[in-house]
Write a protein that binds this ligand. Structure first.
Ligand code: SF4
Ligand code: ZN
Length: 709
């Protein structure tokens, strides 16, 4: 043991010395009052904040942190002491990285790495992590003897949907080997300095604060959360110096096992620090160590199929063939048939395939399914997955839906042999895999003959879309007799439960009432359970005995009472992955709504990240509530507080996005014309006084409403 602990302490002491020197230099240069912050986070120096509760805001706050860091290094040759020294290295790395941002510097502007990961990105990872779409997080560090080995390991993770962060020269090795990188491709270069590994550590730490409701300063709760709920691990390539080893100890303290490609002999700690010298075994052993199971789908197609390719962009110059709405006829339709009307696994291409020499084609993706338990309502739920599954194919890009989509197929994929029949195979396999509880038979026709596509479009698809929209329109909370829970996010936010109603979708924006209903039918023991609409206690706030009872049991007693339509009284809990956050603006007595993508300031004096940090982790915070974009135009939005009439400010992009529907609701409920013109945005004002001026000028209805508090 002692050889290992010696190395760890040597590394921690070296980092402590460096950190202390760097802090003193920075204070000498910029002064103790100079502000210091990572970009776009509400969690200060996240490691320090989570572990000690200290909010680092200026350089003068750092010397005390250096003292804490040093106190973690006992130099006693026990494993527990060595792990604490590893945490000290993490704190040191955080300070060293933080100092790079001193005086407004942008240290990662010219780096291949992205450096610090902003809060909104972490929030956006919530849903893919809980659904298993991202089954784990890998940290690949160092430099391999052979660049091809790094590339192979990273691509293997990519094909499994694992989110991989690269630190050190393996970044250049991966670039050299043409690994496709970027957050949307699940391979994220962090930086070349070993200290940049802290940027993935703080992702795990902020997940604990954002989703887990871990209180800053509660180090034990933090370590339990990262160990149990963040499925991360570390792979090191090449020589290990003492700093890397002590950083590895920090990872182990957080519960992340480290796999090295060196033969560490008896330095190994089974389950925590292991040697895997054969790179062909690295991925397998790493996944085993975190008990990550990957469902492999065998698809008879010539290109890779993985969630990691969902965000792949295909440029025009790289495009072999495309299907573009507006230029050609396009539609996608999934329709329900009787059992004897279709033939299972019949896949047909009707019209020219993409090897006909043309570049642009019409396309109807026409799917017919039959099943004893199939329902009309599930058609749109399954159909919407076409987008996801087509994107999973490497070399295929799909945007849009229904009759307005664009598909591009890359030259590379075409050269590998990808043709339209493979699209049919993908749909068949995935539908039978995910929807086997309701689909017994499935038949797919990829129609490219323009006349036939036009016929399907006009005679079947458009009328079907219209009927579905009418059905959605008519579906109100009053018109159904049950709501649904969704507890998918409990793997990160153990005390959270969404109540999904027809007029209020899940706060992630991804789960509508129909989706929840389908989830329940597909998996009766699954994350969505029906709530009978019984025992109405308060119609205005939307309080029901049955909802309270269900939420109480779904959150294991953490939440007793939830209202469906109030922001001020027992609002719905927030897990952390909400699309938007709504909060009170006290001067106007109105609500400000901000979406995750907006990085600027709001009249509440807080950014999205800061507002978002007011709630989350499954707690209820009256006055603040996370919600989906679509909920904004709902007649049920904050209905107990007089609803949408209180909305005073939204980022312009969000306002434009919801304007048509929001204006309609305002006109229907309150007779207000062009309501969105009365709502301010960042191009109009960012402070409460200017907001009041604007609202007065526009005669906003909030001005004559009762105070919220
Ligand atoms: Fe998570 Fe709620 Fe979305 Fe379900 S509906 S995935 S619990 S945010
Ligand atoms: Zn969530």
């Amino acid at each position: 043991m002692s050889a290992l602990t010696d190395l760890i302490f040597a590394g921690s002491n070296a980092v402590a010395g460096l950190t202390e020197g760097a802090v003193n230099d920075a204070i000498a240069k910029y002064g103790a009052d100079a502000k210091i912050a990572f970009p776009d986070t509400a969690y200060f120096f996240p490691t320090i904040y989570a572990a000690t509760g200290v909010k680092v805001q200026k350089l003068g706050d750092l010397p005390a942190c250096v003292e804490v860091l040093k106190s973690l290094i006992s130099n006693k040759p026990e494993l527990g002491d060595a792990l604490n020294a590893g945490l000290a290295t993490a704190v040191g790395a955080e300070i060293l990285e933080g100092l790079k941002f001193a005086d407004g510097a942008q240290p990662y502007a010219d780096e291949a790495g992205i450096g610090f990961v902003p809060d909104p990105i972490i929030r956006s990872l919530g849903v893919p992590l809980v659904t298993g779409d991202i089954p784990g997080v890998a940290v690949v560090l160092g430099k391999a003897d052979d660049a091809a080995d790094v590339a192979k390991v990273v691509k293997d993770y990519q094909s499994k949907g694992i989110l991989t962060f690269l630190v050190g020269e393996c970044i250049d090795q991966a670039i050299e080997q043409n690994v496709k990188m970027g957050l949307e491709l699940r391979v994220v270069p962090l930086g070349h300095d070993v200290t940049s590994v802290i940027h993935v550590v703080t992702v795990a730490i902020r997940a604990a604060l954002i989703f887990g409701n871990v209180k800053p300063g509660d180090l034990a709760a933090l370590l339990t959360y990262t160990k149990e709920r963040v499925p991360a691990f570390v792979n090191t390539f090449g020589a290990l110096n003492e700093v890397v080893v002590s950083a590895g100890a920090g990872a182990i303290a957080l519960g992340f096992p480290v796999v090295s490609d060196l033969d560490l002999g008896d330095l190994q700690v089974p389950g925590a620090l292991e040697s895997v010298t054969n790179h062909d075994e690295t991925v397998k052993r790493s996944l085993e160590l975190r008990n990550i199971k990957i469902k492999v789908k065998e698809l008879p197609i010539p290109v890779a199929f993985a969630s990691a390719f969902e965000g792949e962009v295909i440029r025009r110059a790289d495009t072999q063939a495309e299907f573009v709405y507006g230029k050609n006829y396009t539609c996608e339709l999934l329709t329900m048939r009787a059992m004897d009307e279709i033939e299972d696994h019949k896949i047909t291409v009707d019209g020219p395939d993409i090897d006909s020499g043309a570049k642009e084609y019409s396309l109807a993706t026409y799917i017919e399914v039959a099943g004893a338990k199939m329902q009309k309502d599930f058609e749109s739920v399954i159909e919407r997955k076409i987008h996801t599954w087509f994107n999973y194919m490497e070399g295929v890009m799909h945007t849009g839906q229904r009759n307005q989509f664009r598909i591009r197929i890359s030259k590379d994929a075409y050269d590998k042999g990808l043709r339209l029949k493979h699209f049919g195979e993908v749909l068949y396999v995935m539908i039978m895999d995910e929807f086997d509880a309701v689909v017994d038979k499935c038949q797919v026709t990829m129609v490219t003959d323009p006349e036939k596509v036009n016929k399907i479009l006009n005679e079947e698809a458009l009328p079907a879309y219209e009927a579905r929209d009418a059905r959605l329109e008519s579906m109100t909370d009053e018109s159904v007799n049950q709501f649904y829970t969704c507890i998918l996010c409990q793997s990160f936010a153990p005390a959270h439960c969404c109540v999904v109603t027809p007029e209020r979708l899940g706060l992630c924006g991804a789960v509508s009432w129909l989706d929840a209903k389908a989830t329940f039918e597909l998996n009766p023991q699954g994350p969505s359970q029906p709530i009978p609409k019984e025992g109405c206690i308060d119609e205005k706030t939307g309080r029901y005995e049955a909802v309270d009872k269900m939420v109480h049991s779904a959150t294991h007693g953490a939440v007793d009472t939830v209202t469906l339509y109030s922001i001020m009284e027992d609002p719905m809990t927030s897990c952390g992955c909400f699309e938007c956050i709504c909060g009170i603006e006290p001067l106007s007595n109105g609500f400000v709504i901000v979406n995750r993508e907006f990085g600027g300031m709001t009249p509440t004096g807080m950014t999205f990240g800061e507002l978002a940090s007011m709630t989350g982790g499954g707690v209820q915070t009256p006055g603040f509530m996370g919600h989906g974009r679509r909920f904004i135009a709902s007649p049920k939005f904050a209905a107990a507080e007089d609803g949408i009439k209180r909305i005073v400010w939204m980022p312009k992009e969000l306002k434009d996005d919801v304007a048509t529907r929001l204006n309609e609701t305002a006109l229907k409920l309150y007779g207000i014309e062009n309501f969105c013109d009365k709502i301010a945005d960042e191009t109009i004002c960012e402070d409460p006084e200017a907001l009041m001026e604007f609202l007065t000028e526009k005669d906003h209805p909030v001005l004559s409403m009762d105070p919220l508090m």
